[in-house]
Write a protein that binds this ligand. Structure first.
Ligand SMILES: [Zn+2]
Length: 273
């Protein structure tokens, strides 16, 4: 059985020095690919290095909504340089977040949407999939995606917490729906309704490590790791009433197809600024 962790943060300071060990654990557990998402300018170089060191890592660069307020004046130019230097990279983690944020830094919602729009536009232009974090802001996200979409290279709605009713329109716009330990603490019936609404070619699994630890199953652990993707697999397979093997195969192939999307090639050098 092969699994693909569609969203994690192995560059996070809490686990960075353990990353080689965590990657080894994952490979032993059959979790063979990981999309490692940068969240701000300061960690993009770590993600880039990880992608160069480990063939199993898909590097992703993006500015997360929690860090929008502290971005530098050159952040977007720097981001574009990372994609020029790493053509295989995807866009993420980007998004929009309403309500309280762990750091207490609250970027204005219109600023967040502006920054998200810029990065979605770049993803479209470069034909890359983009991973989106959305908390309590689905109206804003859907409106923005409607105005810009569709997204043929895919938009990954990570730890999707939106409604089942939104799934058809979001799918039509190019969304994929990724589920993690965060979803394991949702109401099971509500989560099951969402899962049943997601088209089978658009479902993904992720750990969001080092976050989203399934605490009820692993009370003694302090942080999550990609090898724990099996717990998400087991839970989602049980709600969908399919075998683990079927769900592993389906989600693995969905992720491979998505992250190797080649709608068009990287722009020839002469057209670059
Ligand atoms: Zn994340």
């Amino acid at each position: 059985m092969k699994l693909f962790d569609a969203h994690c943060h192995l560059q996070d300071p809490r686990v960075l020095n353990k990353a080689p060990e965590l990657i080894e654990n994952a490979l032993e557990a059959g979790v063979v690919r990981f999309a490692v998402n940068g969240i701000y300018e300061e960690d993009w170089h770590l993600v880039k290095e990880m992608g160069e060191t480990y063939p199993s890592v898909i590097p992703c660069f993006g500015l997360h909504p929690w860090y929008v307020a502290e971005r530098s004046p050159n952040w977007f130019e720097t981001l574009k340089e990372y994609f020029d230097a790493t053509p295989s990279a995807a866009v993420g983690e980007i998004g929009v977040h309403k309500g309280s944020q762990p750091q207490g830094i609250q970027a204005d919602i219109s600023e967040q949407i502006k920054v998200l729009g810029q990065q979605l536009e770049l993803a479209k232009e470069l034909n890359k999939p983009a991973t989106v974090h959305c908390v309590a802001a689905f109206d804003e996200l859907v409106e923005l995606m409607r105005s810009m979409g569709p997204f043929p290279a895919g938009v990954i709605l990570h730890s999707y917490m939106g409604s089942a009713e939104l799934v058809p329109e979001l799918s039509e716009l190019g969304s994929y729906f990724s589920f993690s330990g965060h979803n394991m603490s949702q109401n099971a019936n509500a989560f099951k309704r969402v899962l049943n609404a997601v088209p089978s070619d658009r479902i993904l699994l992720e750990t969001d490590s080092p976050d989203a630890l399934p605490k009820s199953l692993l009370p003694n652990e302090t942080f999550n790791q990609p090898a724990n993707l099996h717990y998400v697999l087991d839970y989602v397979a049980s709600l969908l009433e399919v075998t683990k093997e079927e769900l592993a195969e389906l989600t693995y192939h969905n992720a491979v197809r998505l992250f190797s999307y080649k709608g068009s090639k990287v722009r020839p050098k002469k057209y670059r600024k």
